[in-house]
Design a protein around this ligand. Structure first.
Ligand SMILES: [Zn+2]
Length: 51
């Protein structure tokens, strides 16, 4: 868990973007998964990585 991301999320309130997303199937998640629970592939990444 990135602490900056966690703080931004706590302060952000209305942010509807999930903190993690599977780049394989596109499902958003509230926490980091080693393997995507939806498709089973290890492609869950932080959504704000590009900022
Ligand atoms: Zn997936």
């Amino acid at each position: 868990m990135n602490p900056i991301q966690r703080i931004r999320r706590l302060l952000g309130g209305g942010d509807d973007e999930p903190p993690y997303r599977c780049v394989h199937c596109g499902t958003g998640f509230e926490r980091d998964y080693h393997d995507c629970p939806t498709c089973g592939n290890p492609y869950v990444k932080p959504t704000d990585e590009s900022e």
